[in-house]
Design a protein around this ligand. Structure first.
Ligand code: IPM
Ligand code: MN
Length: 365
């Protein structure tokens, strides 16, 4: 299999964790006899510094031409005062929109070795395993009209039938593959756009009689995730509610530094950690590479249907945590504090070891 991956390290800790990702991809590629080529490109602040804009057409072309896009993180103080369209974040939004990545999958999974690091009590958290499916190319993030003047600022939250239907379909399908429970999050007690969303969800539900559906207002859902996260299986919601709810979901797992994400469309796919660019620790070899490596696992799974490789990566991450290794963001007494490079090395060794145990590659010529 010939695979081309576009690498967009971006800003802050992005380049450091991207290096770990590349090491991991190469070692999987060796075993599975994949021929992988990389195309490394600038995005976000790094692109602003070089070209004066956060995402150039040429980079976009490289992404269209790739089988998958891997992104580190974008943003930092340096570019905070630029006008809206010139900020690093605008590059990310343009990338999502141009590639048609309407579905953002953010799993909230608890690593058992890690349960004590959460801000929630272990007994509340135990057994938590749900996914937030966030609509990513519509809603208030992209709605027109938008703008501000001296006295007034405005945005528009709107959803078309097609936009709601495709994400909601995906959510029902996902619930079918998982534990058969779907929660649709909206604000239908206040917003017409949510009433519309809800009516579409109810209509689509008729095609999925085996799925248990509930609707929840976004404020209540946020509270419920903290109160009893085990009640959720798949959560589907719009762009802005999904942004907020997925951060809450991320935090209760113990560290945002652990969580991967996949953004999928009909033709393209992008994988990135949920955490940001963490400029305060950039260049210090302190970042946690786990979310990035776990995003690579999602890439093998969703883009290349290599479920086994994805599982091996996840197992290797779990094993490294069980062995007691921690980067500074997840460090606690009695554990061994390691750098980003070291953590990546340990995970990679475990990947190799697991592949040996499972005799992966030994029979291929
Ligand atoms: C995210 C981020 C982005 C978003 C920002 C950086 C534009 O917060 O991926 O959740 O709001 O979508
Ligand atoms: Mn966010």
């Amino acid at each position: 299999m010939n695979i081309k991956i576009a690498l967009l390290p971006g800003d802050g800790i992005g380049p450091e964790i991207m290096e770990s990702a590349v090491g991991l991809i190469k070692s999987i590629a060796d075993r599975y006899n994949l021929s992988i080529s990389f195309s490394e490109q600038l995005v976000g602040g790094a692109s602003i510094d070089e070209y004066g804009e956060p995402l150039t057409e040429q980079v976009l072309e490289e992404c269209y031409d790739a089988n998958a896009v891997l992104l580190g993180a974008v943003g930092g103080e340096k570019w905070e005062n630029l006008e809206h369209q010139k900020k690093p974040e605008a590059g990310l939004l343009k990338l999502r929109k141009s590639l048609g990545l309407f579905a953002n999958i953010r799993p909230a999974k608890i690593y058992p070795a890690f349960i004590d690091a959460s801000s929630l009590k272990a007994d509340v958290l135990s057994g938590t395993d749900f996914v937030v499916l966030r609509e990513l190319t519509g809603g208030i993030y992209f709605g027109e009209p938008r703008g501000y003047d001296e006295t007034h600022g405005w945005n528009t939250m709107s959803y078309t039938k097609d936009e709601v239907d495709r994400i909601v379909h995906m959510a029902f399908e996902m619930a079918k593959q998982r534990n058969g429970k779907l929660t649709s999050v909206d604000k239908a007690n206040v917003l017409e756009v949510s009433q519309f969303w809800r009516s579409r969800v109810n209509e689509i539900k008729e095609k999925f009689p085996e799925i248990t559906l509930q609707h929840m207002y976004v404020d209540n859902a946020s509270m419920q995730i903290v109160r009893d996260p085990t009640q959720f299986d798949v959560i589907v919601t719009g762009n802005m509610f999904g942004d907020i709810v997925s951060d809450i979901a991320g935090m209760i797992t113990g560290s945002l530094g652990m969580l991967p994400s996949a953004s999928l469309g009909d033709q393209y796919a992008l994988y990135e950690p949920v955490h940001g660019s963490a400029p305060d620790i950039a260049g210090k070899d302190m970042a946690n590479p786990i979310a990035m490596l776990s995003s690579v696992a999602m890439m093998f799974n969703h883009s290349f249907q290599m479920t086994q490789a994805a599982e091996i990566i996840e197992k290797a991450i779990e094993r490294s945590l069980e062995q007691g290794f921690r980067t500074q963001d997840i460090f606690s007494e009695g554990k061994e504090l390691v750098s980003c490079t070291k953590m990546s090395e340990i995970i990679l060794n475990n990947v190799e070891e697991i592949m040996n145990e499972e005799a992966i590659g030994v029979f291929t010529l």
